[in-house]
Design a protein around this ligand. Structure first.
Ligand code: SF4
Length: 375
């Protein structure tokens, strides 16, 4: 068992209230009883546990500061956390922040630069698309504030090395041509697309049924634009799927049959499963109720309960077991497989979408091979 990614929930609150957020708007209310920010004492306990985890497994992992909105920590607390983590972990363990971008200011960026923290910004596209769902606590749009944050990031002396890319949640009702051109013009170092959270009982917004392909059709159009573009932006979602279709390995959770070791540590020090599982009634808590104060993280990840959570990433549905695309799709993310009737023993609710997109990739690869053979 090897951990690849540690998500540190350093803030349990957010300055935005995105309509599709699994933390606040999909039924889970555990955030209400959590400390608003991870305290200095918890930060020290977390750093000690992560050091012990690294010593135990010998392989580096990525530490991602997450929330809520992690920049609600403010520059001083962020500096103390980054310094503590850098003091405990080797430089091979990366430090990253996933932020909504609104609080990206010079003092925050100076801290990120000082401690080698990279920054990924959530941005769904141009204002009309982004502001449909990414609104603040008063219902006001956030796009202009995110763009101001991005400008601050890019104009910082270390902006180029700090900016790791943007993360966009797909709105299948938007115009993919418009979204593609927007991100191409943005010249971000990389773009990643995410499907919205949902499951067989609670369909993701924009899907009419589990058998329709709104997301797959939308992503296929992005793929067509990507493939025909002589200078495309880097789109990790597509790069991974194309590699998998061509027989290689992916690098993302929820694609291919690679197992990713993910552990989450909450603001109170609780050790939990991948927190996207909050969007299902089964939730993200371990029965053992581990915490960085009372448990040894290195032992936690070697425990039978953790192993069962880890193995659950592999699809158990008979549909997936006999699917020709299993090694590429991997059954999707665990949270997207849920139904009350059969738990996680289902294909992803995006099964039809993934099949359409994978077929389109195959068509493009075949056309590419034929073109080269004819040349
Ligand atoms: S979710 Fe669908 S496409 Fe993916 S492996 Fe399962 S059956 Fe195949």
């Amino acid at each position: 068992m090897r951990i690849d990614t540690v998500l540190l929930k350093v803030a349990s609150r957010c300055n935005l209230n995105c309509s599709y957020c699994y933390v606040y708007n999909m039924g889970d209310v555990s955030w209400r009883s959590k400390p608003k920010l991870m305290s200095a004492t918890t930060q020290i306990a977390v750093a000690a546990q992560l050091k012990s985890l690294f010593d135990s497994q010998g392989n580096p992992f990525a530490v991602v500061l997450h929330g809520g909105e992690p920049l609600m920590l403010g520059p001083q607390r962020l500096a103390s956390l980054a310094e503590t983590l850098r003091g405990a972990l080797p430089s091979t363990c990366s430090l990253n922040i996933q932020t909504n971008g609104v609080l990206l200011t010079s003092p925050i960026l100076d801290v990120c630069s000082q401690f080698g923290v990279t920054v990924s910004v959530s941005l769904d596209g141009p204002a009309l698309i982004h502001d449909k769902h990414r609104i603040d606590l008063r219902g006001k749009p956030s796009h202009a504030a995110v763009m101001a944050g991005l400008r601050a990031l890019r104009s910082h002396p270390s902006g180029q090395s700090m900016f790791s890319g943007v993360l966009a949640v797909v709105d299948p009702t938007s115009n993919p041509d418009e979204v593609y051109q927007y991100f191409k013009d943005l010249c971000a170092p990389s773009i990643d697309f995410l499907y919205r959270d949902g499951n067989w009982d609670s369909l993701p917004s924009g899907k009419m049924s589990g058998n329709t392909s709104e997301y797959g059709t939308w992503m296929s159009r992005i793929l067509d634009l990507y493939v025909s573009d002589p200078q495309p932006p880097r789109i990790r979602f597509l790069d991974d799927l194309i590699k998998l279709v061509a027989g290689g390995a992916g690098s993302k959770e929820g694609m291919g049959i690679t197992d990713f070791g993910i552990v989450v540590i909450d603001t109170d020090g609780a050790i939990t499963k991948n927190d996207t599982l909050k969007s299902t009634p089964l939730g993200d808590r371990f029965d053992a109720e581990w915490s960085v104060y009372a448990s040894d993280l290195a032992q936690v990840v070697r425990s039978p309960e953790f192993a069962a959570y880890h193995v659950a990433q592999r699809p158990t549905s008979p549909f997936c077991s006999s699917c020709a695309d299993l090694s590429i799709c991997g059954g999707g993310m665990l949270t997207h497989r849920y139904s009350e009737e059969s738990g996680y023993a289902n294909p992803t609710v995006y099964c039809t979408d993934q099949r359409i997109l994978i077929s389109q990739i195959r068509r493009h690869l075949a056309a590419h091979i034929a073109k080269r053979a004819a040349a």
